[in-house]
Design a protein around this ligand. Structure first.
Ligand SMILES: [Zn+2]
Length: 208
């Protein structure tokens, strides 16, 4: 499976990726994690990326594409990969297609975990985290069920911030979704259900 994972923050993308990784051992390639790792390791690309990040600028497409291409050259991706956090724009999607066709490993699907934004607002704003152990629960948890610690709401889980994140996501991702639909690669799964039910559908749709 050579897939690109799409979905709003809070849609459950990470949960589905973790299930695929656990069952199939497919590498989960998160560009956010890779950027942080490259910067830490001080690679050429990492240094380049850091100069943009330090200036508060977005890391340009060619740097990210360089990172992804480098990563896809590693042998563990030969049987497949799950790309997460990239591409973010249709220009990046076109560049990715070009790189993958050079490697002779075209995408098999763009998997969208689709959840209505009002459902996501509810999910994220009712999320509470344990001050002591980081356990993620909901507003129903007055105390942490794991350690008894105090539960609090993260700053970026307040409603205004969540709505802003969703707006940003929608604006940048809608063209991407249209792009993959046009290539006949889009697989859209209703993510507003139990994660195991969603996962069963994901496997069926990807013919796994
Ligand atoms: Zn706790």
């Amino acid at each position: 499976m050579n897939i690109v994972l799409l979905g709003a923050p809070g849609a459950g993308k990470g949960t589905q990726a973790a299930k695929l990784v656990e069952e199939f051992g497919t590498p989960h390639i998160s560009t956010g994690d890779m950027l942080r790792a490259a910067v830490k390791a001080g690679t050429e690309l990492g240094k380049k990326a850091k100069s943009f990040m330090d200036a508060g600028d977005l890391v340009p497409d060619d740097v990210i594409i360089g990172l992804v291409t480098e990563r896809l050259g590693e042998p563990d991706t030969e049987k497949g990969f799950i790309l997460d956090g990239f591409p973010r724009t249709s220009a990046q999607a076109v560049a990715l297609d070009a790189e993958l066709s050079k490697l002779g490993r075209p995408l098999s699907a763009a998997l969208l975990i689709d959840v209505d934004s009002e459902v996501i607002v509810k999910r994220l704003t009712s999320r509470r985290m344990c001050k002591d152990c980081g356990f993620i629960g909901s507003e129903a948890n007055e105390q942490c069920p794991k350690c008894g610690g105090e539960m609090y709401q993260r700053d970026d889980d307040n409603e205004a911030t969540v709505r802003n994140r969703l707006d940003v996501y929608e604006k940048s991702t809608s063209p991407l979704i249209d792009y993959y639909r046009g290539c006949d690669l889009l697989v859209s799964i209703d993510g507003d259900r139990d994660p195991n039910v969603v996962y069963a559908d994901v496997k069926k749709a990807l013919e796994l």
